[in-house]
Design a protein around this ligand. Structure first.
Ligand code: ADP
Ligand code: ASP
Ligand code: MG
Length: 459
């Protein structure tokens, strides 16, 4: 990013999360950030805080019309407050009314038939459509040429509603062709989280997907920097809401940041780092309320590479254990198991095996936009055809993240000393030099993380 006036010498894609665009004054602070940096040509916004949760509630199909209208009323209030602060310009008001009418139409239809995945995505996409419309107007009112552009023009995905996979090559072609030529004329404000399949149906990338959208657009447009503006001044050594002694990390490598995002540091959607690694785009994470505090820079290599960098945790983990005597000295059992999971679009992360059983964790983070269960009865039934299946819930995954973890003597001792009194349900270490992971009961995880942070990262 640079602080020069025009012409921009580099390209930055800036993403503002839900709390950053929660209301007019929050949006106004985001406008300060955008206007201070001429390299920010593309702005990706989330829905205003709370709006996606309300849309998810509506997407479940609310039959009671009083209740349904009350939820719609809450969304309208959030959006109209911002519109009022903008002086209710007629054209923007008319566009916003159209979006709110769409919400009403889709939520009414879903009340009658809630399993229409295509309609669910159409409904969920409306939060980002509202916030981008309002933010572009705010920039214009601050004297900056800006236009709200529909992300669905360029964010081509497959047709898997609720957790669509971006089609990177088509996205690059569309973004360069349609948006590339106008980047220097006006700031493009667009929606995170949403895309469209080849037939033009609206899709979504899964909860928290706006970070991923911004990273994909940065890659597609060959941006130099991706700035993720949120409600914390960087990536901390642990979630600061859980560990008050956690500290912001000034610089992280792509590898470390990818591990943190994957293992639950909610500040980045798990897939965000991937496009940045592919394109070599540097990523900045900072706080839109206090941009002067600085934040975290993520680059291919960080100057420091400490053994212990951070601790991440992921709640609501499911442990799936499959047992089968057919595994004994057999070939192809795991291949068959993973083929079934892949068919059901389950991404497996941790695995341990014994001679006759395999235990694996399933993650719901960054899952389906509507929050629907990943482990369906259909999947379990298919697995039961080949093995005995056990499902355990109420678990949390803790990841100790750093460097050379697999090659440094004494790591296990330091970590497991803290865990002496706890029942560790599963341990994974060795595949990556950057993490050591284990599962513990949900009721003990907060204290486990606090103690580990104290022992490994404080003092
Ligand atoms: P946004 O709406 O801007 O996308 P999120 O709520 O998705 O913001 O992510 C920001 C939150 O991530 C923070 O408020 C913080 O509680 C949480 N978080 C979890 N782990 C970390 C971490 N290691 N560093 C910073 N924030 C973290
Ligand atoms: N609005 C979406 C959500 O709340 C996407 C995002 O904010 O990243 O999940
Ligand atoms: Mg987020």
């Amino acid at each position: 990013m640079n602080t020069q006036s025009s012409p921009p010498v580099s390209l930055t894609v800036a993403k503002f999360g839900g709390t950053s665009v929660a209301d007019f004054s929050a949006m106004d602070r985001c406008a300060d950030i955008v206007l201070a940096d001429p390299s920010v040509r593309v702005v990706v916004v989330s829905a205003s805080s709370g709006v996606t949760n309300l849309l998810v509630a509506l997407s479940a199909g609310i039959a009671d019309s009083t209740q349904r209208l009350a939820l719609l009323g809450q969304i309208a209030e959030i959006q109209y407050r911002i519109l009022d602060a903008l002086g209710r310009p007629a054209e923007v008001a008319a566009s916003l009314d159209l979006l709110l009418t769409e919400m009403d139409k889709h939520s009414a239809a879903l009340a009658l038939q809630s399993n229409d995945a295509r309609r669910v995505d159409a409904l969920l996409s409306l939060g980002e459509q509202c916030s981008s419309l309002l933010f572009a107007e705010l920039l214009r009112q601050r004297g900056e040429p800006a236009r709200s552009r529909d992300a669905r023009e360029v964010m081509r995905t497959d047709h898997h509603h609720g957790r669509a996979t971006p089609q990177v090559a088509e996205l690059a072609q569309l973004a360069q062709g349609l948006w590339g030529p106008v980047l220097n004329e006006e700031r493009t404000v667009t929606q995170g989280f949403i895309g469209a399949d080849a037939e033009g149906n609206t899709t979504t990338l899964g909860r928290g997907g706006s970070d991923y959208s911004a990273a994909l657009l940065a890659e597609a447009l060959g941006a130099d920097n991706l700035a993720i503006w949120t409600d914390v001044d960087g990536i901390y050594s642990c979630d600061p809401r859980l560990v008050s002694a956690a500290r912001p990390i000034p610089e992280l490598s792509f590898d470390e940041a990818a591990e943190m995002a994957t293992f639950g540091a909610k500040v980045l959607h798990p897939a965000t780092i991937l496009p940045a690694v592919r394109s070599g785009c540097a990523v900045f994470v900072g706080c839109s309320r206090e941009p002067e505090k600085g934040g975290t820079w993520i680059r291919s290599r960080a100057q420091l590479a400490p053994v212990f960098r951070a601790i991440a945790l992921r709640r609501n983990q499911t442990l799936l254990t499959v047992h089968s005597l057919n595994m004994l000295h057999a070939q192809g059992f795991l291949a068959e198991l993973f083929a079934i999971l892949a068919r059901h679009r389950i991404s497996v992360d941790l695995i341990t095996t014994s001679e006759v059983s395999v235990a694996l964790t399933l993650d719901s983070t960054g899952s389906d936009s509507s929050g629907r269960e990943l482990l369906t009865e259909a999947l379990l039934e298919e697995l039961r055809q080949m093995c005995r299946v056990e499902v355990e819930t109420g678990l949390s995954l803790v990841a100790v993240i750093g460097n050379r973890i697999a090659n440094t003597a004494g790591i296990g001792k330091r970590v497991f000393e803290v865990l002496e009194d706890h029942n560790i349900r599963m341990i994974c270490q060795g595949a990556s030099p950057h993490n050591l992971c284990f599962l513990v009961g949900a009721e003990e995880v907060d204290s486990v993380v606090q103690q580990l942070h104290g022992r490994l990262l404080e003092g």
